[in-house]
Design a protein around this ligand. Sequence first.
Ligand code: BES
Ligand code: MN
Ligand code: ZN
Length: 503
Amino acid sequence: MDFSTKAFDSTKAGQAGLANAKTDCLVVGVFEQQPLAGLAKALDVVSKGLLARMVKRGELDGKLGSTLMLHEVAGWSQARVLFVGLGREDQFSPKSFNEASRAAARAVMASRASDAIWTLPQAAVPKRDTAWAVCASVLALRDATYRFTQMKSKAEPANTALRKVIFAVAPDDLKAARVAARRGEAIGNGMALAKDLGNLPGNVCTPSYLADTARKLAREFKLKADILGPKQIEALKMGSFLSVARGSVEPPQFIVLKYEGGPAKQAPIVLVGKGVTFDSGGISIKPGEGMDEMKYDMCGAASVLGTMRAVAEMGLKLNVIAIVPATENMPGGRATKPGDVVTSMSGQTIEVLNTDAEGRLILCDALTYAERFKPAAVVDVATLTGACIIALGHVNTGLFSKSDALADELLAAGRTTGDTAWRLPVEEAYQEQLKSNFADMANIGGRPAGSVTAACFLSRFTEKYEWAHLDIAGTAWKSGAAKGATGRPVPLLTQFLIDREAR
Ligand code: BES
Ligand code: MN
Ligand code: ZN
């Protein structure tokens, strides 16, 4: 889909010009319980009061997320005009803007329109600027048009005729809106990559496939890719990571992808993504129901690669390094057994009481490896614990950090993008649950606060830098009829980096 930006001022003359604009579909926002204003008013005038009559009859009520498509109205220059309810103006918020955008995207796509003029960013969103509204609109449109058809044997017809969207903004906002549209596209591309990788089946998206994806990104966007295979991983003494890979015939891959957009001596931000391309549970094998969804256990890796794509496409002036330990977690004759003790790259020993708590076992070695980059901050992203879904459902990503400043930055990035996180504790008091009679620590801490003890486990490998952990078990994909990857938390991570560049 092609996105562009055009200036239309909000004066009466400007709105009249917009009301006359030639397009397949003009998208217009209307507030609830509010007289017709701005563009809707201008359209009402040329239609000789049609809209006012519809409002009176209750057919155009501006209820949040409602849509009304009018065709070939006498006096209007467009074949279609789509009215989108923005809800009550006194309750208008970034959230309601996004809801209206999603509804509008669905309605335009369902029509036969091949191009549209999208005027929703003209409605002032409290605490947000026009650039934000343009970026959010791009993301809503991209999300609605995303499809995963790679594995179908026959080409499927496109789900929309929509090819081109023009954002109508005030002349003063034009420059910022252009940048925002490009950024929205970059984030949209990053999310699409994350969704594709997540949705691919485990027999296609293997550790080697993730490595190839990183190589391809490196080629396309001038990043540096260092991919380490089993021999090199062994040489680094990543005994914990390797203990997870032992049961699989797929060779593990340790992926390092560098984006150097900032000054050479600027400390990088390191993003670490859990890349378990299939989590059977290993010898502590999972029950069969819903096990297919454990192909999504590499969504941390996918979001980190998607964020690298977005950052590189935007050309952020910042150094960012992605680290992805990639492996399958399978049972097998050589697989790690409950009770086995393994030695991590840090030298700390771990008693593997449950081979299904494998995410932390691969992440801990990646976190130790990250030390060599003397990072400004490290953020790991992982579908780490089922307990996180119990705690936060599918709404918020779990955020853990000992640093209030870093936690606040990530929470703020989540609020800006609507890709939200909620902070949970990483406190010393939980560490005792990880006591082992035989090694420095156990890899599980029992049922209570399962997400917290997982974060506490990771924290033991992050003493050398500022660190935060995102548990995306509940937010990375959807189950049920709408089963599919969400692309989260690419928006949160990218916004965090955008904000870092600006500070
Ligand atoms: N990948 C899973 C976590 C998961 C489960 C994410 C379901 C999303 C949906 C992880 O490797 C795992 O199996 N965690 C165990 C930990 C337990 C053994 C301490 C869990 O959550 O049950
Ligand atoms: Mn597991
Ligand atoms: Zn897992």
